[in-house]
Ligand binder design. Sequence first.
Ligand SMILES: [Zn+2]
Ligand SMILES: [Zn+2]
Length: 116
Amino acid sequence: MSSTEPNPATFTCVRCGLAVRGFGPDGDPRDHCPSCLSSRHVVDQTGGTARCGGRMTPISVAVQRGGAWLLVHRCVLCDEMSEGPVASDDNHLVLMGIAVRPLAAPPFPLDLLGEV
Ligand SMILES: [Zn+2]
Ligand SMILES: [Zn+2]
């Protein structure tokens, strides 16, 4: 992450229309909506400005070594993926929903776990 672009003071969520401040409660730049966790494809993988502008859907969470969560987004237009830190006021229900989704729909019968 070497973006030198100044973060906009506020942006409007492309999914739910919420007016989102450009910085989270911890002072970190915010790249996604704290309510529905959607983002917009405005930064490309090199940290430059992406021309795409498509909506980015939160598809997964990842845990960093120190325990902090990253939110993984994929663009609905160009399929590029990005990751960004989770803010403390991000919607916990939506976050947990994303985190448990693979467990809620495993690709094999859960009965098998009992036989291990
Ligand atoms: Zn939103
Ligand atoms: Zn895109």
